[in-house]
Design a protein around this ligand. Structure first.
Ligand code: NAP
Length: 243
């Protein structure tokens, strides 16, 4: 049985990705930072419902120590890593001039440095067996830039650059590195938006609705299980909002 490690998997998009991989017969590592109860509940549901073995591992992936802990505990649990999904992220809406040094550092550390730390920890295991798939979750704002989200957009654009460069470097080792850019997806990340805001965003989206975590999980499952010829790609899952 293959192993998928998913960061920030207690809820939202990460949880849907964990379900998709568990359903497909992967062993699943559910990483969480603060949502311990939700992580444990999801772990139990996966173990009770699907042909999988799931474990929860607490780690703050915005730090090098947290990333190291997650990968070493995943290896202790399952002995291997086949798929790494870098999903953990935070968002913040602020005028550019109000973004503090601390806001900037926290955004970059959580949304971009985490991807670097985790890929650096996980790739030696993939290189040694010449196989692996990495999927990074960027954002539509990393592609086109979002007003009042300069730090978020910069971090997510960095994820796209990291994905393309690492894909080229790891291709000879038969490891794919791809990236998914969700549009507006209904999760806790949108909790600061009013129902009116969300309706306006849905109306602006050509397919006429907001995305679901499952819409994103389907794309992640495809990229995370592709046979090796799809690499370095940026797949929008946005209902046509950015094409
Ligand atoms: P969410 O429901 O708020 O989930 C975010 C997840 O990230 C949580 O599980 C959280 O874990 C985890 N996380 C945050 N900081 C962490 C840290 N330092 N260490 C470990 N885990 C951490 O949001 P979501 O919408 O599912 O977002 C998932 C990804 O999709 C993010 O990268 C986000 O930027 C991206 N995205 C979302 C949208 C959208 O419209 N929702 C659009 C584009 C891109 P804990 O709760 O355990 O702390």
């Amino acid at each position: 049985m293959k192993t998928a490690v998913i960061t920030g998997a207690a809820k939202g998009i990460g949880a849907a990705v964990a379900v998709a991989f568990a359903k497909s017969g992967f062993r699943v590592v559910i990483n969480y930072n603060t949502s311990e109860e939700r992580a444990r509940q999801l772990c139990k549901i996966l173990n009770d419902t699907y042909p999988t073995e799931a474990v929860c591992i607490k780690a703050d992936v915005s730090t090098p120590e947290g990333a190291k802990k997650l990968i070493s505990e995943s290896i202790s649990a399952f002995g291997d890593i086949d798929v790494l999904i870098n999903n953990a992220g935070i968002a913040q809406q602020k005028l550019f001039t109000d973004i503090t040094n601390a806001d900037w550092q926290s955004m970059i550390n959580t949304n971009l440095s985490s991807v670097f730390y985790l890929c650096r920890e996980a790739t030696p295991f993939m290189v040694s067996k010449k196989s692996g798939n990495i999927v990074n979750i960027s954002s539509i704002w990393g592609q086109e830039g979002g007003s009042c989200e300069v730090h978020y957009s910069a971090a997510k654009a960095g994820v796209i650059g990291l994905t393309k460069a690492l894909a080229k470097e790891l291709a000879p080792s038969n490891i794919t590195v791809n990236c998914v850019c969700p549009g507006v997806i209904r999760t806790d990340m949108l909790s600061s938006f009013t129902e009116e805001d969300l309706k306006a965003l849905a109306d602006e989206t050509p397919v006429g609705r907001l995305g679901t975590p499952k819409d994103v999980a389907d794309a992640v499952l495809y990229l995370g299980t592709n046979s090796g010829f799809v690499t370095g790609q940026v797949l929008g899952v946005n209902g046509g909002l950015y094409v």
